[in-house]
Design a protein around this ligand. Structure first.
Ligand SMILES: O=C(O)c1ccccc1NCC(=O)[C@H](O)[C@H](O)COP(=O)(O)O
Length: 261
């Protein structure tokens, strides 16, 4: 499956990074960063209204290049201005054409929290996310053993980072909850055939307790999708392609928020 290939390549990427800046060094840098213990990402999603995590994404394995022109800072600012709750920034370079610097620059430019969207397979990446200025990291259940998942959730929390733990099915939701997640994302994209179905979030919503923030991820295209998810008790949505392909991203976000599109 594509996820296994991405994970293998990520391990190689992290090993190279460790040669340039060893784990102990990145750990010290992360510990030297400000930690107010306030968890801005979690706070941003915890309101009564539906929260919008808007993604800055150049490409993806399923869609190829989505944004041949990629003014990432401008996009992030447009999202913020249009009322995004948080930004998701891809840093994976091979399949998503992401860069660490996109995250660093965006996090220092906007006043809303930024999620580091990467394929976390090593604690190194959690420390690195903190150093880059992220407020949250993505942890994908299927990439991590339960004990490792728990350890990374705890590590993120100890650094003042939130963890968005991503699940695809009932079993992974149970695993995420046992690992102590406070924010659970259900990915509507089937990573075997890349089909998307927002019903996946609605179906799995019942399994997640009310005190855990529930995020629906992927394949969200219309105001109708948003309304359906709202009615189903979903607190936040993560939207990438629909916004990235729009010529006027701010307007698109506003219309989605109003349930118009
Ligand atoms: O999108 C892919 O092709 C993909 C393939 C393998 C692993 C992850 C993948 N997507 C990452 C995401 O989760 C999305 O970027 C995110 O949920 C936004 O989805 P969308 O709104 O459909 O762009």
């Amino acid at each position: 499956m594509i996820l296994d290939q991405i994970a293998k390549d990520t391990q190689i990427r992290v090993a190279k990074k460790k040669e340039a800046c060893p784990l102990e060094e990145i750990r010290e840098k992360a510990l030297a960063c400000e930690n107010t213990g306030e968890f801005p990402f979690e706070k941003a999603l915890a309101g009564k209204e539906m929260s919008f995590i808007c993604e800055v994404k150049r490409a993806s394995p399923s869609k190829g290049v989505i944004a041949p022109v990629f003014p990432y800072l401008q996009i992030a600012e447009e999202y913020e201005k249009a009322g995004a709750s948080a930004i998701s920034c891809l840093t994976e370079p091979k399949y998503f054409l992401g860069q660490d610097r996109y995250l660093r620059e965006i996090a220092s430019k906007v006043n809303i929290p930024v999620l580091r969207k990467d394929f976390t397979v090593d604690s190194y990446q959690v420390y690195e996310a903190k150093v880059l200025g992220a407020s949250a990291v993505l942890l994908i259940c299927s990439l991590l053993e339960e004990e490792t998942l728990r350890a990374y959730v705890e590590l993120a929390h100890s650094l003042g980072l939130s963890a968005l733990v991503e699940a695809h099915d009932e079993g992974e939701i149970e695993k995420a909850l046992r690992a102590g997640t406070r924010i659970l994302g259900v990915n509507n994209r089937n990573l075997k055939d890349f089909t998307v179905d927002v019903e996946n979030s609605l179906r799995l919503r019942q399994q997640v307790p009310e005190d855990v923030i529930f995020v629906a991820e992927s394949g969200i295209r219309t105001g109708e999708d948003i309304e359906k998810l709202k009615k189903g008790g979903v607190q936040a949505v993560l939207i990438g392609e629909t916004l990235m392909r729009s010529r006027n991203k701010g307007k698109m976000l506003q219309e989605l928020k109003e349930g118009k599109r």
